[in-house]
Ligand binder design. Structure first.
Ligand code: G4P
Length: 541
């Protein structure tokens, strides 16, 4: 049993793609699905997105806007590996969802545009990977177009991200056109036949030695000599490969290619799958939990309600950290200490939803139908309470008071706000007032407000409007109550509570916040919600 479980866990590769919008994440994802046999022809995801049925577009609003708002999970088989690709929303207002998806990943693919290098969103997401020491595999995309000089680009990445970069594959060009890649590991050239279907199908690849006649045929004698010079330059001027450093998150192998034309995608995939780690022991508050020998455990990194209007339901996405999912077993939710019975998991690929047929083991993500017992960040385990840290709630930067058009819909509003806050769509706060607590909503990006109003109307029948409040940052505060009040009563601040009763102070700007942090030595200011569980005393963030 353990041997087969170890084998199953060992073939899991659970990862996310981090990139700036437009770098080609959708295109690359599609190629992974194409190569894995999950779709027959590339272009279908995009075509379906255009037809308002994209792979991860569940909500009508995101379909209308053509952006992917919710993080979803794609899984498929590829050459013996079981791939779990955590899709991450590209829009920056939803970076919190992306951060959470990264907590569920064992590695990340960093996708760069060869003309732009590191962009703002990549930088933000990279810093989250860095904190978690996630192994990162870099793919420099769009090399079918001439971009920055590859070694110069690597220097920029090293300087901007502080991660050591070494070449794994190198673009091979003929008269400025990408014809293949040099594989530094195998010391061979991959040449691709051009297809005339705009990259919809996988091109024929020829992996040959540099002395092979085909290389000379394509590049000509001058081209071969130039490639030899470049290879020498990579070895002399470039960084030497260090795979242990990759696993520690300190170095990244870099592959060049084009997701659109598929050139270099196959070698990148092979390299990535060969090096990316299978699930390893995960830190819990009581020490590391082994993915194979420990009983079933996991944590919820995402909750989504009303995914399908035909089934009014809530699904908690659980990253399995150890053991095997077994339907009907009892598991403990660490935050509440309550026991739940594990129901049959749901499987997702696009909108078509079905029950999972294969078993879910460490590394997989299961979607569990939930009636409100699970929240983002909850750890769930069979046999004992286990608690995994690391699904942070980020401090919002936009705040609004919510005004109801029809006072009789108050109960619906409260229910909608509670559900959407549990999903992490918004942060729900309450300001004390003589008529009772007034709900205030906080968001990391303003698009979250649009989603909130839209979903309140569509899913809860509530028409509401938002009155923006003049605050731009917030901190959870712990310390003596009187000291919290003293700070909160000063100009440009307000004291509120979150749904768990934890105190926050809203500030009109970063400067006011910094002054309070410097002056109020009795208080501790937290930029993520301080941990508080049923079983344990409060500790720092
Ligand atoms: P995203 O999910 O990261 O936002 O990017 P997406 O894949 O949607 O790609 C953004 C644009 O970049 C698309 O062009 C796509 O075709 C193009 N692209 C992706 N990979 C490559 C590549 O390897 N080479 C080149 N030259 N372009 C690439 P678009 O014009 O916005 O959309 P479309 O009309 O092509 O669908």
């Amino acid at each position: 049993m353990t041997a087969s479980l170890a084998r199953e866990v060992g073939r899991r590769r659970t990862f996310a793609i981090i990139s700036h919008p437009d770098a080609g994440k959708t295109t690359l994802t599609e190629k992974l699905l194409l190569y894995g046999g999950a779709i027959r022809e590339a272009g279908s995801v995009k075509a379906r997105r255009a037809a308002r049925h994209a792979t991860s577009d569940w909500l009508e609003m995101e379909q209308e806007r053509g952006i992917s708002i919710t993080a979803s999970v794609l899984h498929f088989e590829y050459e013996g590996f079981r791939i779990n690709l955590l899709d991450t929303p590209g829009h920056q207002d939803f970076s919190e969802d992306t951060y959470r998806a990264l907590t569920a990943a064992d590695s990340a693919i960093m996708l760069l545009d060869n003309r732009k290098g590191v962009e703002a969103q990549t930088l933000k997401l990279f810093s989250v990977c860095r904190k978690r020491r996630l192994p990162i595999f870099t793919f420099v995309n769009k090399c079918d177009r001439v971009g920055e000089d590859p070694l110069g680009l690597l220097d920029d990445v090293q300087a901007e991200l502080g991660i050591s970069c070494f070449v794994s594959t190198w673009p091979v060009r003929k008269d400025g056109q990408l014809v293949g890649v040099w594989d530094r590991v195998q010391e061979r050239v991959w040449l691709y036949d051009r297809t005339d279907d705009h990259g919809q199908s996988r091109p024929e690849a020829h992996c040959v030695g540099i002395d092979d006649r085909r290389v000379a045929d394509v590049l000509g004698p001058d081209g071969v000599a130039r490639l030899r010079d470049e290879i020498e330059l990579i070895d002399v001027a470039g960084t030497a490969p260090d795979y242990d450093a990759v696993l520690r998150g300190e170095a990244t192998p870099v592959c060049f290619g084009s997701a659109l034309t598929n050139f270099g995608v196959d070698v990148f995939l092979e390299r990535f799958l060969g090096l990316a780690p299978a699930p390893t022991p995960r830190e819990s508050l009581d020490g590391p939990v082994d993915p194979v020998t420990a009983p079933f455990s996991g944590f919820v990194f995402k909750v989504q309600a009303n995914m399908d209007p035909r089934h009014r339901d809530r699904v908690a996405f659980l990253r399995v950290c150890s053991g095997e999912f077994s339907e009907g077993e009892e598991a403990i939710v660490s935050r509440t200490g309550k026991t739940i019975r594990l129901a049959q998991p749901q499987e997702f690929l696009a909108r078509e939803r079905g029950h999972t047929e294969s078993t879910a083991v460490a590394g997989d993500v299961v979607g569990l139908l939930d009636r409100g017992s699970m929240r983002v960040g909850d750890s769930i385990a069979v046999g004992r309470a286990v608690e995994y840290p690391g699904v942070p709630r980020f401090s919002p930067e936009h705040f609004a008071q919510i005004r109801l058009e029809d006072a009789l819909r108050r109960k619906h509003l409260d229910r909608g706000l509670r559900h959407l806050a549990e999903e992490g769509t918004i942060l729900l706060l309450f300001a004390p007032s003589i008529t009772g607590p007034v709900p205030i909503v906080g968001a990391v990006g303003t698009l979250q407000f649009d989603v909130l109003l839209d979903r309140l109307t569509r899913e809860y029948g509530v028409t509401a409007r938002l009155e923006r409040l003049p605050f731009h940052c917030a901190r959870w505060v712990t310390g003596p109550d009187a000291a919290i009040d003293k700070v909160a009563n000063a100009y440009g601040r307000r004291r509120v509570e979150d749904a768990d009763g934890a105190s926050l102070i809203l500030f009109d700007n970063e400067w006011t916040l910094q002054r309070s942090v410097e002056q109020e030595k009795d208080l501790v200011f937290h930029d993520v919600q301080p941990r508080k569980t049923a079983a344990r005393p409060t500790s720092g963030p």
